[in-house]
Design a binder for this molecule. Structure first.
Ligand SMILES: Cc1cc2nc3c(=O)[nH]c(=O)nc-3n(C[C@H](O)[C@H](O)[C@H](O)COP(=O)(O)OP(=O)(O)OC[C@H]3O[C@@H](n4cnc5c(N)ncnc54)[C@H](O)[C@@H]3O)c2cc1C
Length: 470
Protein backbone atom coordinates (compact mmCIF):
# COMPACT_ATOMS: atom_id res chain seq x y z
CA UNK A 1 0.00 0.00 0.00
CA UNK A 2 1.33 3.46 -0.85
CA UNK A 3 1.50 5.88 2.05
CA UNK A 4 -0.94 8.73 1.56
CA UNK A 5 -1.00 11.18 4.47
CA UNK A 6 2.08 12.86 5.85
CA UNK A 7 1.71 10.86 9.07
CA UNK A 8 1.72 7.67 7.01
CA UNK A 9 4.88 8.76 5.26
CA UNK A 10 6.64 9.46 8.56
CA UNK A 11 5.38 6.14 9.94
CA UNK A 12 6.73 4.33 6.89
CA UNK A 13 10.23 5.56 7.75
CA UNK A 14 10.34 4.35 11.37
CA UNK A 15 7.66 1.65 11.35
CA UNK A 16 4.12 1.95 12.75
CA UNK A 17 5.20 0.86 16.23
CA UNK A 18 7.69 3.74 16.44
CA UNK A 19 5.23 6.39 15.34
CA UNK A 20 3.14 7.58 18.30
CA UNK A 21 -0.10 9.33 17.53
CA UNK A 22 -2.22 8.70 20.67
CA UNK A 23 -3.15 11.70 22.82
CA UNK A 24 -1.63 10.30 26.04
CA UNK A 25 1.55 9.17 24.30
CA UNK A 26 2.08 12.54 22.69
CA UNK A 27 1.47 14.30 25.99
CA UNK A 28 4.32 12.30 27.56
CA UNK A 29 6.71 13.85 25.04
CA UNK A 30 5.44 17.38 25.46
CA UNK A 31 7.34 18.49 28.56
CA UNK A 32 10.75 18.54 30.18
CA UNK A 33 12.31 19.45 33.55
CA UNK A 34 11.11 23.05 33.16
CA UNK A 35 7.50 21.87 33.63
CA UNK A 36 6.52 23.72 30.43
CA UNK A 37 4.32 21.61 28.17
CA UNK A 38 3.16 21.72 24.54
CA UNK A 39 1.76 18.66 22.85
CA UNK A 40 3.49 17.53 19.64
CA UNK A 41 1.39 16.44 16.70
CA UNK A 42 3.46 13.29 16.30
CA UNK A 43 6.27 11.45 18.08
CA UNK A 44 8.77 9.42 16.06
CA UNK A 45 11.38 7.08 17.50
CA UNK A 46 14.06 6.66 14.82
CA UNK A 47 16.76 4.02 15.14
CA UNK A 48 19.50 5.30 12.82
CA UNK A 49 21.08 8.28 11.08
CA UNK A 50 19.46 7.13 7.85
CA UNK A 51 15.97 7.22 9.37
CA UNK A 52 16.61 10.67 10.87
CA UNK A 53 17.85 11.86 7.50
CA UNK A 54 14.70 10.66 5.73
CA UNK A 55 12.49 12.21 8.43
CA UNK A 56 14.24 15.57 8.14
CA UNK A 57 14.05 15.59 4.35
CA UNK A 58 10.30 15.00 4.55
CA UNK A 59 9.79 17.50 7.39
CA UNK A 60 11.79 20.07 5.43
CA UNK A 61 9.79 19.57 2.30
CA UNK A 62 6.56 20.13 4.24
CA UNK A 63 7.88 22.77 6.69
CA UNK A 64 7.09 20.71 9.77
CA UNK A 65 8.77 21.77 13.06
CA UNK A 66 11.07 19.11 14.55
CA UNK A 67 12.28 18.92 18.14
CA UNK A 68 14.93 16.37 19.13
CA UNK A 69 14.44 14.80 22.54
CA UNK A 70 16.84 12.89 24.77
CA UNK A 71 15.45 12.09 28.20
CA UNK A 72 13.53 15.34 28.67
CA UNK A 73 15.46 16.35 31.80
CA UNK A 74 16.42 19.77 30.41
CA UNK A 75 15.54 22.67 32.70
CA UNK A 76 14.75 25.42 30.17
CA UNK A 77 12.10 23.93 27.89
CA UNK A 78 14.61 22.90 25.18
CA UNK A 79 12.82 19.64 24.35
CA UNK A 80 9.32 21.12 24.59
CA UNK A 81 7.69 21.23 21.13
CA UNK A 82 6.53 24.80 21.43
CA UNK A 83 5.28 24.96 17.83
CA UNK A 84 3.80 21.46 17.79
CA UNK A 85 5.06 19.35 14.90
CA UNK A 86 7.33 16.35 15.41
CA UNK A 87 9.22 15.17 18.43
CA UNK A 88 12.18 12.96 17.47
CA UNK A 89 12.72 10.87 20.58
CA UNK A 90 16.26 9.46 20.35
CA UNK A 91 15.82 6.71 22.95
CA UNK A 92 16.21 3.87 20.41
CA UNK A 93 19.59 5.24 19.28
CA UNK A 94 21.15 3.97 22.49
CA UNK A 95 24.19 1.91 21.56
CA UNK A 96 27.72 2.35 22.80
CA UNK A 97 29.35 1.51 19.47
CA UNK A 98 33.00 1.51 20.49
CA UNK A 99 35.38 2.03 23.37
CA UNK A 100 38.86 2.48 21.96
CA UNK A 101 41.19 1.83 24.89
CA UNK A 102 44.37 2.68 22.99
CA UNK A 103 43.25 6.06 21.71
CA UNK A 104 40.94 6.79 24.67
CA UNK A 105 37.78 7.30 22.66
CA UNK A 106 34.15 6.29 22.87
CA UNK A 107 31.73 6.35 19.95
CA UNK A 108 28.10 6.45 21.02
CA UNK A 109 24.61 7.09 19.77
CA UNK A 110 22.85 10.09 21.29
CA UNK A 111 20.30 8.13 23.34
CA UNK A 112 22.96 6.49 25.54
CA UNK A 113 22.47 7.45 29.19
CA UNK A 114 25.41 9.45 30.52
CA UNK A 115 25.76 7.17 33.54
CA UNK A 116 25.88 4.08 31.29
CA UNK A 117 28.76 5.54 29.31
CA UNK A 118 30.62 6.44 32.51
CA UNK A 119 30.18 2.86 33.77
CA UNK A 120 31.25 1.33 30.45
CA UNK A 121 34.39 3.51 30.33
CA UNK A 122 35.20 2.62 33.94
CA UNK A 123 35.15 -1.10 33.07
CA UNK A 124 38.08 -0.35 30.76
CA UNK A 125 39.92 1.73 33.36
CA UNK A 126 38.83 4.90 31.56
CA UNK A 127 36.95 7.98 32.70
CA UNK A 128 34.29 10.13 31.05
CA UNK A 129 34.34 13.09 33.46
CA UNK A 130 31.18 15.20 32.72
CA UNK A 131 28.83 14.39 35.58
CA UNK A 132 25.53 16.28 35.54
CA UNK A 133 23.51 15.44 38.65
CA UNK A 134 21.03 13.88 36.21
CA UNK A 135 23.66 11.42 34.84
CA UNK A 136 21.61 8.37 35.77
CA UNK A 137 18.72 9.43 33.53
CA UNK A 138 19.86 12.05 30.98
CA UNK A 139 21.37 11.25 27.57
CA UNK A 140 24.69 12.07 25.92
CA UNK A 141 22.76 13.67 23.02
CA UNK A 142 21.02 16.02 25.45
CA UNK A 143 24.37 16.71 27.16
CA UNK A 144 25.96 17.64 23.84
CA UNK A 145 23.02 19.86 22.88
CA UNK A 146 23.13 21.63 26.27
CA UNK A 147 26.91 21.44 26.81
CA UNK A 148 26.13 19.89 30.19
CA UNK A 149 28.51 20.07 33.11
CA UNK A 150 28.59 18.97 36.70
CA UNK A 151 30.64 19.08 39.89
CA UNK A 152 33.78 17.74 38.20
CA UNK A 153 33.88 20.66 35.71
CA UNK A 154 36.10 22.60 38.10
CA UNK A 155 38.95 20.23 37.25
CA UNK A 156 37.87 18.39 34.12
CA UNK A 157 35.70 20.82 32.16
CA UNK A 158 32.30 20.28 30.54
CA UNK A 159 30.82 18.14 27.74
CA UNK A 160 32.29 20.44 25.04
CA UNK A 161 35.80 19.54 26.20
CA UNK A 162 35.22 15.85 25.41
CA UNK A 163 33.42 15.98 22.04
CA UNK A 164 35.84 15.10 19.24
CA UNK A 165 33.48 14.43 16.33
CA UNK A 166 29.80 14.39 15.49
CA UNK A 167 27.43 13.03 12.91
CA UNK A 168 24.65 15.56 12.46
CA UNK A 169 21.55 15.43 10.28
CA UNK A 170 20.85 18.90 8.94
CA UNK A 171 17.42 20.50 8.62
CA UNK A 172 17.04 19.39 4.99
CA UNK A 173 18.13 15.80 5.68
CA UNK A 174 21.77 16.08 4.58
CA UNK A 175 24.21 14.19 6.78
CA UNK A 176 27.24 16.11 8.05
CA UNK A 177 30.34 14.62 9.70
CA UNK A 178 32.35 17.05 11.81
CA UNK A 179 35.63 16.82 13.71
CA UNK A 180 38.16 14.00 13.88
CA UNK A 181 39.20 11.11 16.13
CA UNK A 182 42.66 12.52 16.75
CA UNK A 183 43.62 14.84 19.61
CA UNK A 184 44.84 17.42 17.14
CA UNK A 185 43.09 18.68 14.01
CA UNK A 186 42.86 22.13 12.45
CA UNK A 187 41.31 21.50 9.06
CA UNK A 188 38.63 24.09 8.44
CA UNK A 189 36.19 25.70 10.84
CA UNK A 190 35.45 23.95 14.12
CA UNK A 191 31.96 22.79 13.14
CA UNK A 192 31.85 20.34 16.04
CA UNK A 193 31.80 23.18 18.55
CA UNK A 194 29.04 24.92 16.60
CA UNK A 195 26.66 22.08 17.36
CA UNK A 196 27.66 21.65 21.01
CA UNK A 197 25.30 23.77 23.10
CA UNK A 198 23.10 24.60 20.08
CA UNK A 199 20.07 23.05 21.82
CA UNK A 200 18.93 21.15 18.76
CA UNK A 201 18.38 24.34 16.73
CA UNK A 202 21.04 23.62 14.06
CA UNK A 203 20.86 19.87 13.48
CA UNK A 204 20.03 16.48 14.96
CA UNK A 205 23.07 14.77 16.46
CA UNK A 206 23.04 11.06 15.64
CA UNK A 207 26.56 9.91 16.54
CA UNK A 208 29.13 11.27 18.98
CA UNK A 209 32.84 10.54 19.33
CA UNK A 210 34.03 11.39 22.81
CA UNK A 211 37.45 11.73 24.39
CA UNK A 212 38.07 9.61 27.48
CA UNK A 213 40.89 9.95 30.00
CA UNK A 214 42.56 7.49 32.39
CA UNK A 215 40.47 6.72 35.46
CA UNK A 216 41.90 8.39 38.58
CA UNK A 217 43.10 5.74 41.02
CA UNK A 218 41.66 7.21 44.19
CA UNK A 219 39.39 9.93 45.55
CA UNK A 220 39.12 11.67 48.92
CA UNK A 221 35.99 13.45 50.14
CA UNK A 222 36.02 16.16 52.81
CA UNK A 223 33.11 18.17 54.21
CA UNK A 224 33.78 21.52 55.87
CA UNK A 225 31.11 23.35 57.86
CA UNK A 226 31.19 27.15 58.17
CA UNK A 227 29.29 29.68 60.26
CA UNK A 228 28.14 31.58 57.17
CA UNK A 229 28.27 31.67 53.39
CA UNK A 230 30.73 34.56 53.26
CA UNK A 231 33.46 32.70 55.15
CA UNK A 232 32.91 29.51 53.11
CA UNK A 233 32.87 31.09 49.66
CA UNK A 234 35.80 33.42 50.42
CA UNK A 235 38.00 30.31 50.61
CA UNK A 236 37.10 29.08 47.12
CA UNK A 237 39.90 30.73 45.06
CA UNK A 238 42.56 29.51 47.51
CA UNK A 239 41.15 25.97 47.50
CA UNK A 240 41.16 25.85 43.69
CA UNK A 241 44.67 27.29 43.46
CA UNK A 242 46.29 25.16 46.12
CA UNK A 243 44.50 21.82 45.81
CA UNK A 244 43.06 21.55 42.25
CA UNK A 245 39.94 19.77 43.61
CA UNK A 246 37.81 17.63 41.30
CA UNK A 247 34.74 18.81 43.25
CA UNK A 248 34.11 22.01 45.15
CA UNK A 249 30.41 22.25 45.93
CA UNK A 250 28.66 24.52 48.40
CA UNK A 251 25.31 24.83 50.16
CA UNK A 252 23.86 27.77 52.06
CA UNK A 253 21.99 27.67 55.39
CA UNK A 254 18.53 27.12 53.87
CA UNK A 255 19.85 24.32 51.67
CA UNK A 256 21.42 22.64 54.72
CA UNK A 257 18.09 22.89 56.56
CA UNK A 258 16.29 21.24 53.62
CA UNK A 259 18.48 18.12 53.65
CA UNK A 260 19.59 18.10 57.30
CA UNK A 261 18.14 14.61 57.84
CA UNK A 262 20.35 13.27 55.04
CA UNK A 263 23.52 14.89 56.38
CA UNK A 264 25.85 13.26 58.93
CA UNK A 265 24.61 13.88 62.49
CA UNK A 266 27.98 15.51 63.24
CA UNK A 267 27.09 18.60 61.17
CA UNK A 268 26.63 21.30 63.85
CA UNK A 269 23.15 22.78 64.34
CA UNK A 270 24.42 26.31 63.66
CA UNK A 271 25.95 25.41 60.28
CA UNK A 272 25.56 28.41 57.96
CA UNK A 273 27.31 26.90 54.91
CA UNK A 274 28.99 23.70 53.72
CA UNK A 275 31.82 23.05 51.32
CA UNK A 276 32.08 19.56 49.85
CA UNK A 277 35.59 19.09 48.51
CA UNK A 278 37.01 16.12 46.60
CA UNK A 279 40.52 15.37 45.45
CA UNK A 280 41.45 12.64 42.99
CA UNK A 281 44.55 11.16 41.42
CA UNK A 282 47.17 8.59 42.39
CA UNK A 283 46.47 7.06 45.78
CA UNK A 284 49.56 8.21 47.65
CA UNK A 285 49.21 11.75 46.28
CA UNK A 286 45.50 11.90 47.18
CA UNK A 287 46.14 10.75 50.77
CA UNK A 288 48.95 13.27 51.20
CA UNK A 289 46.85 16.08 49.73
CA UNK A 290 43.84 15.11 51.84
CA UNK A 291 45.91 15.59 55.01
CA UNK A 292 47.21 18.94 53.75
CA UNK A 293 43.64 20.01 52.88
CA UNK A 294 42.29 19.09 56.31
CA UNK A 295 45.16 20.97 58.01
CA UNK A 296 44.40 23.98 55.81
CA UNK A 297 40.69 23.89 56.68
CA UNK A 298 41.50 23.71 60.40
CA UNK A 299 43.28 27.05 60.05
CA UNK A 300 40.18 28.56 58.34
CA UNK A 301 36.92 29.77 59.97
CA UNK A 302 35.46 26.23 59.51
CA UNK A 303 33.38 25.08 62.52
CA UNK A 304 33.97 21.42 61.69
CA UNK A 305 35.91 19.36 59.15
CA UNK A 306 34.80 15.81 58.34
CA UNK A 307 36.56 13.23 56.21
CA UNK A 308 34.72 10.43 54.48
CA UNK A 309 36.69 7.37 55.45
CA UNK A 310 35.00 4.99 53.05
CA UNK A 311 33.11 5.25 49.75
CA UNK A 312 29.77 4.75 51.52
CA UNK A 313 30.43 7.82 53.68
CA UNK A 314 31.17 9.89 50.59
CA UNK A 315 27.98 8.53 49.02
CA UNK A 316 26.08 9.67 52.15
CA UNK A 317 27.25 13.25 51.50
CA UNK A 318 26.34 13.07 47.82
CA UNK A 319 22.90 11.71 48.70
CA UNK A 320 22.27 14.88 50.69
CA UNK A 321 23.44 17.02 47.78
CA UNK A 322 21.19 15.17 45.32
CA UNK A 323 18.20 15.38 47.68
CA UNK A 324 18.32 19.18 47.58
CA UNK A 325 16.31 19.92 44.44
CA UNK A 326 13.27 17.81 45.34
CA UNK A 327 13.41 18.93 49.00
CA UNK A 328 13.07 22.56 47.88
CA UNK A 329 9.36 22.09 47.23
CA UNK A 330 8.70 21.91 50.96
CA UNK A 331 9.31 25.70 50.89
CA UNK A 332 6.92 26.61 48.07
CA UNK A 333 5.19 24.69 45.24
CA UNK A 334 7.06 26.46 42.43
CA UNK A 335 10.71 27.11 41.68
CA UNK A 336 12.65 29.28 39.27
CA UNK A 337 15.86 27.32 39.03
CA UNK A 338 18.64 29.55 37.74
CA UNK A 339 22.25 28.59 37.07
CA UNK A 340 24.20 31.82 36.74
CA UNK A 341 27.99 31.86 36.76
CA UNK A 342 30.31 34.53 38.16
CA UNK A 343 34.11 34.61 38.43
CA UNK A 344 34.82 32.50 41.51
CA UNK A 345 36.31 35.36 43.50
CA UNK A 346 32.97 37.17 43.16
CA UNK A 347 30.78 34.41 44.58
CA UNK A 348 30.60 36.13 48.00
CA UNK A 349 29.16 39.26 46.33
CA UNK A 350 26.59 37.27 44.35
CA UNK A 351 25.47 35.28 47.36
CA UNK A 352 25.21 38.38 49.59
CA UNK A 353 23.10 40.01 46.86
CA UNK A 354 20.77 36.99 46.72
CA UNK A 355 20.35 37.00 50.49
CA UNK A 356 19.34 40.68 50.42
CA UNK A 357 17.00 40.06 47.50
CA UNK A 358 15.23 37.28 49.41
CA UNK A 359 14.60 39.62 52.36
CA UNK A 360 13.52 42.53 50.17
CA UNK A 361 11.09 40.45 48.08
CA UNK A 362 9.97 38.26 51.02
CA UNK A 363 10.64 35.07 49.04
CA UNK A 364 12.54 31.96 50.09
CA UNK A 365 15.60 32.01 47.80
CA UNK A 366 18.44 29.62 48.49
CA UNK A 367 21.72 28.88 46.77
CA UNK A 368 23.96 25.89 46.30
CA UNK A 369 26.17 24.67 43.50
CA UNK A 370 29.51 24.39 41.86
CA UNK A 371 31.52 26.96 43.83
CA UNK A 372 34.77 25.89 42.19
CA UNK A 373 33.71 27.23 38.80
CA UNK A 374 31.45 30.01 40.10
CA UNK A 375 28.30 28.26 38.83
CA UNK A 376 25.73 29.01 41.51
CA UNK A 377 22.27 27.46 41.46
CA UNK A 378 19.84 30.09 42.68
CA UNK A 379 16.44 28.68 43.58
CA UNK A 380 13.67 31.24 43.68
CA UNK A 381 10.83 29.51 45.50
CA UNK A 382 7.32 30.91 45.14
CA UNK A 383 3.67 30.06 44.68
CA UNK A 384 2.85 30.79 41.04
CA UNK A 385 -0.87 30.80 41.83
CA UNK A 386 -0.40 33.91 43.98
CA UNK A 387 0.07 36.87 41.62
CA UNK A 388 2.25 38.98 43.98
CA UNK A 389 4.60 36.03 44.57
CA UNK A 390 4.78 35.18 40.88
CA UNK A 391 5.63 38.82 40.10
CA UNK A 392 8.23 38.98 42.87
CA UNK A 393 9.85 35.76 41.56
CA UNK A 394 10.00 37.18 38.02
CA UNK A 395 11.55 40.39 39.37
CA UNK A 396 14.09 38.35 41.37
CA UNK A 397 15.10 36.45 38.23
CA UNK A 398 15.70 39.63 36.21
CA UNK A 399 17.65 41.29 39.03
CA UNK A 400 19.72 38.15 39.52
CA UNK A 401 20.66 38.15 35.82
CA UNK A 402 21.56 41.86 35.95
CA UNK A 403 23.76 41.24 38.97
CA UNK A 404 25.51 38.18 37.52
CA UNK A 405 26.37 40.17 34.39
CA UNK A 406 27.50 43.19 36.40
CA UNK A 407 29.87 40.88 38.27
CA UNK A 408 31.41 39.72 34.97
CA UNK A 409 29.41 36.50 34.79
CA UNK A 410 26.93 34.79 32.48
CA UNK A 411 23.23 33.88 32.60
CA UNK A 412 23.68 30.13 32.31
CA UNK A 413 26.49 27.71 33.08
CA UNK A 414 24.64 24.48 32.41
CA UNK A 415 20.96 24.65 31.59
CA UNK A 416 21.10 26.69 28.40
CA UNK A 417 18.60 29.23 27.12
CA UNK A 418 15.71 27.16 25.76
CA UNK A 419 12.41 28.96 26.26
CA UNK A 420 12.75 30.14 29.83
CA UNK A 421 15.77 32.38 29.29
CA UNK A 422 15.14 33.35 25.65
CA UNK A 423 13.63 36.75 26.57
CA UNK A 424 16.89 37.59 28.38
CA UNK A 425 19.35 36.68 25.60
CA UNK A 426 20.04 40.29 24.63
CA UNK A 427 20.96 41.14 28.22
CA UNK A 428 24.19 39.21 27.71
CA UNK A 429 24.85 39.05 23.97
CA UNK A 430 25.60 42.15 21.91
CA UNK A 431 23.50 42.75 18.75
CA UNK A 432 26.36 41.65 16.49
CA UNK A 433 26.60 38.30 18.28
CA UNK A 434 22.87 37.72 17.89
CA UNK A 435 23.07 38.73 14.21
CA UNK A 436 25.86 36.22 13.59
CA UNK A 437 23.88 33.52 15.41
CA UNK A 438 20.81 34.30 13.28
CA UNK A 439 22.91 34.16 10.10
CA UNK A 440 24.22 30.71 11.09
CA UNK A 441 20.73 29.53 11.94
CA UNK A 442 19.37 30.74 8.60
CA UNK A 443 22.27 29.19 6.67
CA UNK A 444 21.67 25.78 8.25
CA UNK A 445 17.90 25.89 8.68
CA UNK A 446 16.42 28.32 6.16
CA UNK A 447 12.83 27.34 6.99
CA UNK A 448 13.33 27.54 10.76
CA UNK A 449 11.97 24.05 11.37
CA UNK A 450 14.57 22.91 13.93
CA UNK A 451 13.40 23.54 17.48
CA UNK A 452 11.58 26.78 16.71
CA UNK A 453 11.03 29.26 19.52
CA UNK A 454 14.23 28.34 21.38
CA UNK A 455 17.22 30.52 22.19
CA UNK A 456 16.00 33.40 19.97
CA UNK A 457 13.04 35.04 21.69
CA UNK A 458 10.93 35.90 18.67
CA UNK A 459 11.60 32.95 16.44
CA UNK A 460 8.36 31.00 16.19
CA UNK A 461 7.90 29.22 12.91
CA UNK A 462 5.86 31.29 10.47
CA UNK A 463 2.37 29.90 10.94
CA UNK A 464 1.32 30.81 7.38
CA UNK A 465 4.05 28.46 6.10
CA UNK A 466 3.43 25.66 8.60
CA UNK A 467 1.97 22.51 7.14
CA UNK A 468 -0.42 20.57 9.33
CA UNK A 469 0.41 16.91 9.83
CA UNK A 470 -2.71 16.07 11.74
C1 LIG B 1 17.52 16.48 38.71
C2 LIG B 1 18.25 17.16 37.60
C3 LIG B 1 19.58 17.47 37.77
C4 LIG B 1 20.29 18.11 36.75
N1 LIG B 1 21.60 18.39 36.94
C5 LIG B 1 22.32 18.94 35.95
C6 LIG B 1 23.71 19.21 36.11
O1 LIG B 1 24.29 18.95 37.16
N2 LIG B 1 24.37 19.76 35.07
C7 LIG B 1 23.75 20.06 33.88
O2 LIG B 1 24.42 20.53 32.96
N3 LIG B 1 22.43 19.83 33.71
C8 LIG B 1 21.72 19.28 34.70
N4 LIG B 1 20.38 19.03 34.51
C9 LIG B 1 19.73 19.40 33.25
C10 LIG B 1 19.67 18.27 32.19
O3 LIG B 1 19.79 16.99 32.79
C11 LIG B 1 20.76 18.47 31.15
O4 LIG B 1 20.53 19.66 30.43
C12 LIG B 1 20.87 17.31 30.14
O5 LIG B 1 21.96 17.57 29.30
C13 LIG B 1 19.61 17.12 29.30
O6 LIG B 1 19.72 15.85 28.69
P1 LIG B 1 18.40 15.13 28.14
O7 LIG B 1 18.83 13.86 27.53
O8 LIG B 1 17.38 15.02 29.21
O9 LIG B 1 17.96 16.17 27.04
P2 LIG B 1 16.52 16.79 26.73
O10 LIG B 1 15.99 17.52 27.91
O11 LIG B 1 15.66 15.76 26.13
O12 LIG B 1 16.91 17.85 25.61
C14 LIG B 1 17.71 18.96 25.94
C15 LIG B 1 18.00 19.74 24.65
O13 LIG B 1 18.81 18.94 23.82
C16 LIG B 1 18.23 18.81 22.54
N5 LIG B 1 18.59 17.48 22.06
C17 LIG B 1 18.43 16.30 22.69
N6 LIG B 1 18.92 15.30 21.95
C18 LIG B 1 19.43 15.85 20.82
C19 LIG B 1 20.07 15.34 19.66
N7 LIG B 1 20.30 14.04 19.50
N8 LIG B 1 20.44 16.22 18.69
C20 LIG B 1 20.23 17.56 18.82
N9 LIG B 1 19.62 18.08 19.89
C21 LIG B 1 19.22 17.24 20.89
C22 LIG B 1 16.74 19.01 22.77
O14 LIG B 1 16.09 19.45 21.57
C23 LIG B 1 16.78 20.08 23.84
O15 LIG B 1 16.94 21.36 23.25
C24 LIG B 1 19.63 18.43 35.54
C25 LIG B 1 18.28 18.11 35.36
C26 LIG B 1 17.61 17.48 36.37
C27 LIG B 1 16.16 17.14 36.17
Amino acid sequence: MHPTTLVDQFAAIVGEENCLTGEEERLCYGHDGSKLCHQPALVLLPASTEEVSKIMALAHRHTVPVVARGAGTGMTGGAVPRSGGLVLAMSRCNRILEIDTENHLAVVEPGVLTGDLKTAAQRHGLFYPPDPASSAFCTIGGNVAENAGGPSAVKYGVTRDYVRALTVVLADGRVLHTGERTAKGVVGYDLTRLFVGAEGTLGIVTRITLRLIPLPEDKATVLAVFPDVASATALVPALVNDFAPCTLEYMDRTAIGLVRRELPARVPADAGALLLIELDGRQEVVRREQKRLVDFLHTSPALAVMEANAPFEAEELWRARRALSPAAFSLRPDKLSEDVVVPRNRIPQLVAFVEELAVELALPIFTFGHAGDGNIHVNIMHNAALAPEAQAAAAAKKRLFDKALALGGTLSGEHGIGMTKAPFLALELEPTAIEVMRALKTALDSKGILNPGKIFPENPIDSSEKNSIE
